[in-house]
Design a protein around this ligand. Structure first.
Ligand code: MEV
Length: 321
């Protein structure tokens, strides 16, 4: 009766994706797993989360309790006959507020555990709809990229408003790439950074539109580079992406400094990933040897990092700490 949701790294296009620009992201095998159990007949079901030692109930006033309630309600609305109330025990294998999609991974794991217990098989669109009801509680105006990757994994281009008849998620086939993922030591609030970017858009509409166009061009370049295995070009796109994100105020001095350290140790490019304001950065490296150099340079700075290989077959991903 268990369910899994993937974490994710955004390679390019975070924040811009909220405004309809495509973005490229990859699922991580780390994320969340969950098991559903019959609820106690006399009490509301609980959602407990290890290793956070957190236990919530629908509508208990906590963000997680509100998200659990939204998910349970969305399931019930779609399947009034089959969806039952159950308690869920979840386990996180990713840090929260790190830009790695932990909340989406958790929501998807909970959804899948409940569906599994009720013997409900859902398509992507319906799962995405329910997972978004959960995710809105945390992120206000989510584009859906985190929940899409939590559901599908793999390496893909995501579009919030795909052209008529086109899927939201288009898989990208290419040679595997290796990333070093490092935490800046500060947690980031995606809700806050997304709200700050929205304020910037309202105050500087023309400059914002130009930046969106630049993000669109970068994502296009990066997708071609991924398909062709053009690592230098992908690395340059990472660096340019970081410059644009910094101009939007979603980087931090520590994330900027870590990107510099990674480049200095041989990374082909580096940028923050996800919501920013803290959380993680990613550095593109040529091989395991360079990954080790980047990791050890970051560790001198006191920053923990892991390495992940993304691409080729959707299953060809490994995470190594
Ligand atoms: C968060 O992982 C990615 C953002 O673009 C927000 C979103 O797309 O919902 C910052």
């Amino acid at each position: 009766m268990s369910g899994h949701g993937n974490g994710k790294v955004i390679l390019l296009g975070e924040h811009a994706v909220v405004y309809g620009v495509p973005a490229i992201a990859a699922g991580l095998s780390s994320g969340a797993t969950a098991v559903a159990r019959a609820a106690n007949a006399t009490a509301a079901p609980t959602l407990s989360i290890a290793p956070w030692s957190v236990s919530v109930r629908p509508g208990d006033g906590s963000a997680l309790g509100t998200a659990f309630e939204a998910l349970v309600r969305a399931r019930r609305e779609l399947d009034p006959q089959r969806a039952t109330d159950r308690s869920v025990e979840a386990t996180m294998t990713l840090p929260g507020s790190a830009g790695l999609g932990s909340s989406a991974a958790l929501g998807v794991a909970v959804l899948r555990a409940l569906d599994h217990a009720d013997d409900i098989a859902r398509d992507f669109a319906q799962s995405q709809q329910i997972a978004l009801a959960w995710e809105r509680v945390f992120h206000g105006n989510p584009s859906g990229i985190d929940t899409a990757l939590a559901l599908a994994g793999g390496l893909a281009r995501f579009h919030r408003q795909p052209a008529a008849g086109q899927p939201a998620l288009v898989s990208i086939e290419g040679a595997p790439i290796t990333l070093v993922v490092a935490h800046s030591g500060a947690s980031g609030s995606t809700k806050e950074t997304v709200a700050n970017v929205a304020a910037l858009r309202a105050s500087q509409p023309e400059a914002f539109a130009e930046a969106l166009a630049a993000f669109g061009a970068l994502v296009h370049t990066a997708e071609r580079a991924l398909r062709e295995g053009a690592l230098e070009s992908l690395g340059e796109a990472f660096d340019e992406g970081q410059t644009l994100l910094r101009a939007w105020g979603v980087s931090t001095p520590e994330l900027d400094a870590m990107c510099e350290v990674a480049r200095g140790a041989g990374a082909l490019g580096a940028k923050l990933t996800g919501g920013g304001g803290g959380g993680c950065m990613i550095a593109l490296v040529r091989d395991e040897h360079d990954a080790e150099r980047v990791r050890s340079a970051l560790s001198v700075r006191g920053r923990e990092a892991f390495e992940t290989t993304i691409g080729a077959a959707h299953t060809a991903r490994k995470e190594k700490t």
